[in-house]
Ligand binder design. Structure first.
Ligand code: ADP
Ligand code: MG
Length: 233
């Protein structure tokens, strides 16, 4: 499927990200064009170093591109001010990292982890509880609500992480190799759950992955090579 640029929830044109460290330049993104429609689940594939994490970092507001344009739901990611960027990261997007330990605070229970982003957003306590219970049930781990991350398997931790990322009803969900630390059966289950969340929450998702069997669940596969998309656009 090809998405018209003026219909895209996510639109990048000629996006460039150059890293400069100790006089050495790395062109992580070299003029990338991309358009993703609302409600799409897109898999981003490509060899290690092809720019997947750089792209997700920019679109989620954690990193700023060097040149080109990148817009998500009308937010201009090049010119966005600091305060708007923080609100964007907390409210407009959700993020799931590969490292299970990076997604959750170790001293909070699963339910408390899911409620935390809602606390920042000023959601009332009763609503936070209800939303956390709803999301943990959706992820099939309602019974783990009062356990800490240390009492959960890697797959259970990633389920909680997906619940955390969706707590504030984001428009876009980003996941950077979310199954990279899991065995293949657990990874497949997590990808099916991501798919289910995209449907039930109406969220748009960009998932970086290496796993060919997981790509089948996506609506579209974008293949990154040297910081550009080679197929799928
Ligand atoms: P992928 O996620 O596909 O493995 P990355 O986006 O992490 O790719 O990296 C793309 C390129 O940018 C690689 O050459 C990588 O070494 C480089 N790179 C990524 N992050 C940094 C950084 N913070 N500083 C310097 N170079 C970086
Ligand atoms: Mg990466």
């Amino acid at each position: 499927m090809s998405v018209k640029r003026d219909e895209g929830l996510i639109v990048c044109e000629n996006l460039v990200r150059i890293y400069r460290t100790e006089g050495v330049e790395v062109q992580a993104l070299q003029g990338l064009d991309l358009a993703v429609a609302r409600g799409e689940m897109v898999a981003v594939i490509g060899a290690s170093g092809s720019g997947k994490s750089t792209l997700l970092g920019i679109l989620s507001g954690q990193d700023v591109p060097t040149a080109g344009s990148a817009e998500v739901a009308g937010h201009d990611l090049l010119t966005m001010k600091r305060r708007d960027r923080l609100a964007y990261r907390r409210g407009t997007v959700g993020f799931v990292w590969q490292q299970t330990s990076r997604n959750l605070l170790p001293y909070l229970t699963a339910a408390e982890n899911v409620m935390l982003p809602m606390t920042y957003a000023g959601v009332k306590r009763s609503q936070r509880r209800a939303r956390a219970a709803e999301l943990l049930d959706l992820m099939g781990i309602g019974h783990c609500a009062d356990r800490g991350p240390g009492e959960l398997s890697g797959g259970e931790q990633q389920r909680v992480a997906i619940a955390v990322a969706n707590a504030n009803r984001p428009l876009v969900l980003f996941a950077d190799e979310p199954t990279g630390q899991l065995d293949s059966d657990t990874g497949r289950a997590i990808m099916h759950l991501l798919r289910a969340v995209v449907h039930s929450e109406g969220v748009t998702a960009l998932v970086a992955t290496h796993d060919p069997q997981l790509m089948e669940l996506a609506d579209r596969v974008l293949d990154l090579k040297d910081g550009r998309i080679t197929t799928g656009e």
